[in-house]
Design a protein around this ligand. Structure first.
Ligand code: NDP
Length: 451
């Protein structure tokens, strides 16, 4: 560091990427400051992955109560207390906030619990004071986007869904992405009469079509009203609740409407104009392959760059950036074969090519599919089925895609992601011994291609 700077690195935003980069750098002896105006941990910890998964567990438990009878259990009348779930979730998040604080402090990172703005290539302003830094890292993440339409003041986003005072009896969830599909499952699992509205013909655009179609069927079987090829044109409020007017001219009466129609990078009010940091038309910070913006001393990682908006990717980018800047090694992020899971009910997870994208890219592929009712669902009488699907490149026998809809799909796919990264062939899958009895053994016993 040139001795006239206050810090070597000043990070704005203490979410997954910002915290990881700051800690990693500080542990190498770099003098680091981090500014965060909200709670430490960012979207993932406070209003994203973690509370969502806790809510999803609560919703699954309701479904599982119905599974117990066939196994000999007589469970007395079950009551659900939403306020207790929210309170316990809040306590857990506060515990995590504290852990983040300790991790940063123990690494020697100076924390500013305040809004920070960039005022020059090496200057950041926090609470009226200007600090200088050799480098500035923008890691401010994103925020929910709600489109303009008459009555949109009556809707809320996932940010507010985590703190609702009461669980609605009826809810409409708008959007066909991760968040809408996950919340439709959560609300429905918790006993709300749930409608999910998506403007296209099948939700989860970009995922494998068989998996999306299968999930839609399973969600309908669980009672979610999926309303595709439709959208909200207006919402009116009266003393009985909300009247949701659809483009199809029907009206739905509901208590509550949640919008999950995408997220936008959080770049407003950051002072990017002060030194001309380039953004794209969606306001994402534009970076090169080393996470450097057009201003030499300013970098950006994670959702604010609006590329692959997933926590583990932001973590990897933070590590890659610091290795690049402060270590002699380089550990570039490999953006291929990034596994992911939608914590819908049931879960959908995948890695690699969809059947549709594989057909475009490779001259010949084989598709292996298995659709079955898991062993657990025999005695329970639960009709839920599981789908597993492998895509194989015929030219070299490599498995290039794996898709699953079913319980804990993400747990299964995480292991397969390593196999795909290692270049595993279908012959290797076939020669792997299964673990019996599991659903996952199906990955190594699919013998005949279905197409
Ligand atoms: P997504 O980008 O996944 O989905 C947005 C959805 O909203 C799409 O279905 C889109 O439709 C629809 N939409 C967009 N604009 C409008 C509009 N004006 N009117 C009606 N519908 C609209 O966003 P999410 O908010 O669900 O999630 C944001 C990101 O957060 C994800 O991309 C993901 O990276 C991350 N995330 C990851 C999770 C996980 O890993 N499990 C969980 C939650 C979030 P269309 O398809 O037609 O464009």
């Amino acid at each position: 560091m040139k001795k006239d700077y206050d810090f070597d690195l000043f990070t704005i935003g203490a979410g997954s990427g910002g915290v990881r980069a700051s800690r990693f750098a500080a542990n190498l002896g770099v003098k680091v400051a981090i500014a965060e105006k909200a709670s430490l941990g960012g979207t993932c910890v406070n209003v994203g992955c973690i509370p969502k998964k806790l809510f999803s567990y609560a919703a699954h438990m309701n479904e599982e109560l119905g599974d117990t009878v066939g196994y000999g259990w007589d469970v007395k009348e079950a009551n659900f207390n939403w306020a207790r779930l929210v309170e316990n979730k809040n306590l857990e998040i506060q515990r995590l906030n504290k852990i983040y604080q300790n991790l940063l402090e123990n690494s020697g990172v100076e924390i500013f619990a305040a809004h920070a703005t960039i005022v020059g290539p090496h200057e950041v302003s926090v609470e009226g004071r200007i600090y200088s830094a050799e480098r500035i890292l923008i890691a401010t993440g994103g925020e929910p986007f709600i489109p303009q339409f008459p009555g949109n003041e009556h809707v809320y986003s996932s940010n507010e869904a985590f703190f609702l005072k009461e669980l609605p009896k009826k809810v409409v969830v708008v959007g066909g992405g991760y968040i809408a599909t996950e919340f439709a499952g959560i609300f429905n699992g918790l006993g709300c009469e749930t409608t999910q509205i998506y403007r296209g013909s099948m939700f989860l655009r970009g995922f494998d079509l068989d998996a999306r179609t299968f999930l839609a069927e399973e969600m309908r079987n669980k009672g979610v009203n999926l309303e595709f090829d439709n959208d909200i044109s207006a919402i009116e409020k009266d003393d009985k609740g909300l009247n949701v007017k659809l483009k199809s001219r029907q009206t739905i009466k509901t208590d509550s409407v949640m919008y999950a129609t995408g997220r936008k990078p959080l770049t407003s009010d950051l002072g990017l104009d002060s030194c001309g940091v380039k953004t794209d038309p969606d306001n994402a910070v534009v970076v090169d392959s080393n996470y450097q913006t057009n201003i030499e001393s300013i970098y950006a990682i994670g959702d604010v760059t609006n590329r692959v908006n997933l926590t583990p990717v932001a973590l990897a980018e933070g590590m890659a950036l610091v290795a690049n800047l402060y270590q002699d090694t380089s550990r570039p992020v490999n953006y291929e074969n990034i596994p992911c899971a939608v914590f819908s009910h049931p879960n959908l997870a995948c890695v690699g090519y969809t059947e549709e994208s594989a057909r475009q890219k490779f001259s010949e592929i084989s598709v292996f599919k298995s659709c079955f009712r898991g062993l657990k669902n025999t005695l329970s009488g639960n009709a839920e089925k599981t789908l597993m699907k492998l895509i194989v490149n015929k030219a070299n026998d490599r498995v290039i895609g794996a898709h699953m809809v079913g319980p804990d799909a993400g747990e299964s796919i995480q292991g397969l992601a390593i196999a795909l990264k290692a270049g595993a062939t279908k012959a290797m899958f076939d020669s792997t011994i299964g673990i019996h009895p599991t659903s996952a053994e199906e990955w190594v016993t699919m013998r005949e291609p279905t197409s």
